[in-house]
Design a protein around this ligand. Sequence first.
Ligand code: HSC
Length: 703
Amino acid sequence: MTDVVTTRDQDGIRIITLNNPPVNALSVAVVTGLRDAVAAAEADGSVTGMVVTGEGSAFIAGADIREFGKPRPKDAPLLHDVLDGFDAISKPLVAAINGVALGGGLEVALGCNYRVAGHKALVGLPEVNLGIIPGAGGTQRLPRLTGAETALDMITSGKPVRADKAAALGIVDAIADSDVVGDAVEFAKARAAEGGPYQRVSEKDDKIADDRGNAGLFENWRKKIARSARGFDAPWACIDAVEAAVNLPFAQGREKEREIFTGLVNGDKAAAQRYAFFGEREVARVPDIPKDTPVAKIDKVGIIGCGTMGGGIAMNFLNAGIPVTVLEIEQAALDRGLATVRANYERSVKSGRFTAEQVDERMARIEGTTDMGAFADVDMVIEAAVEKMDVKKQVFAKLDETCKPGAILATNTSTLDIDEIASATSRPEAVCGTHFFSPANVMKLMENVRGAKSSKETLATVMAVAKKIGKVGVMVGNCDGFVGNRMLYAYTRQANFLLEEGALPAQVDKVIYDFGFPMGPFQMSDLAGIDVGYYVREERDKRFGLTDKRTSKIADRLFEMGRYGQKNGKGWYLYDETTRARTSDPAVEALILEESGRLGIERREISDQEILERCLYPLVNEGARILEEGIAARPVDIDMVWLFGYGFPRYRGGPMFWADLVGLPTVLERLEAFRKIDPDWIEPAPLLRELAGAGKGFKDFAK
Ligand code: HSC
């Protein structure tokens, strides 16, 4: 047939195999080939039935996402039309689901009369993660097999289910023993022998009949997703489409689905979410680290510090089956740390994420010690001690004496100079940063920092470790704050200045929350600890002598007043002891007003738009400098740091992607205006000027 669709016959059954590595995505060529192969089999009198399957380990991973948003050849068939056409086929059509059947892949299977799945198959409709809804009948056919409730769950979450569950839910008709294609052929033969009519999912009604007219069902789902879907469009649209499936005849429901799909697929949010999908994979390919760089085997890890960070980092390795030894100086701190790790796991048992047995397995992999000698045989150490350079250097000198040759010595520092830390060892090539984000067992970012002397093997290994423990590893260069925190300073600095000029914490936080972040800068400061921020500033001022530039002193005053944030119930806000509910504090407002007076600033009304621009454009501007300096290799590296480390809304793609959407001339023009207010800190980056002047975006950046 074609390169991407091949056919062969077995006992009168035409086996149609899609072959588009790596995951058999439904490109125009594949959809065309599938349509033609089915039509040819229908027309061939020697064929009594058909089996559709995928070559390799995937059935079909869905539409070819790379083709979205691009012009299509004029005569290219549309997948939904091809699948609707399956309903007119007179011979039994069986999907042999040999591996993942996702999105358009599951839709192909649902368009067939029957589905036989291999044990390892995984089926789902993950389109919501790409900012769209299933567009080839998935929202209409799935509920007809499972009922609305299950379909809503699968489509709004995008989570796939394994073959056995799919069978229990009525999505697949049979599970294959070992040879899924062979079993599907037998299945097709048996149906053909029985004679038609064959099941058409589009005609099934029994599973949705009871849901018809039940508006409450859909309202409940809208309430259920309200928090997780905030700011996104697709999850809500998924509910609308399933509601249409339940209440409208198939053809009209399909029309509605198509209308919604088309409305979403060309929008900015879908473009941002596609960018995030590919970005997550792109950052794993570090431009100057060849793919075949040798990677060390990491079978045992040592972690220094079993506080919030160290314990959280340890959990990632334990979950991935890698034994961990944690070190604390004092036994009491060690006992506390280990107890916290167990308590965290036990919470996961309550929430149903792990079984008690799985927790025991994990806890059996962790050992505590107060003696660094226990690190003699570990393959990698991650130091998560206090953020003080002299302490880090002492620790690394000792690690250098203790650890075996070849062991990687990594630091979880969020700001300190990796080269200075490495200088305390005789093996700077084995030293690098692995910066985790709090809570370290949850946040997916691992900002891996290269020192001047870190070897490619060391860097390739920590990138591989990130993948192994389920993190998104992003390789960055060594500078104060690296990529994430360096940009964060630019943003929080302006947030603080805005308070002096006329805003209040709750207004700033609301603007940032409404933009889509999980919280604004002052809530974040209360969560991270005002004391922690104070010590970081103190260290930085010592190193960089920034005192000649104007900085806001409000946070320092809060620290001096003993207001450390959530940990002691008062910071930028007041927190209720039992409920932890947050309220604004008149004392903080008084302090802010006093600061404005002390600085001789006449407070003014500050618009929400100005707050957004004042906070985020300097952040983007710092990103531009980071690119200029080569601290990040590509805009996508910066964007993934912000999506996975700081909760930048995924539907905005990341700060650099978002800035391109805003338009760099606008960003530049506003920065120029803000420079008049804050000449000390706001100076547009040359790269930003250059790109804006040339009518380009960060997407055009090439070093
Ligand atoms: C969809 O299906 C819409 C439908 O409703 C149809 C609508 C039509 C309506 C028309 C009306 C007008 N496309 O992840 P990995 C690449 S939307 C292109 O590293 P794994 C991936 O980028 C789609 N490429 O491997 C990577 O490339 P690289 C819904 C795709 O084993 C390589 O494959 N489907 C691709 O860890 C390997 O991927 C999804 O959202 C695709 N669909 O995981 C599924 N899928 O090597 C998305 C993958 O160059 N995919 N690639 O970096 C996945 O979840 C995972 O890739 C798998 C494999 C679980 C499939």
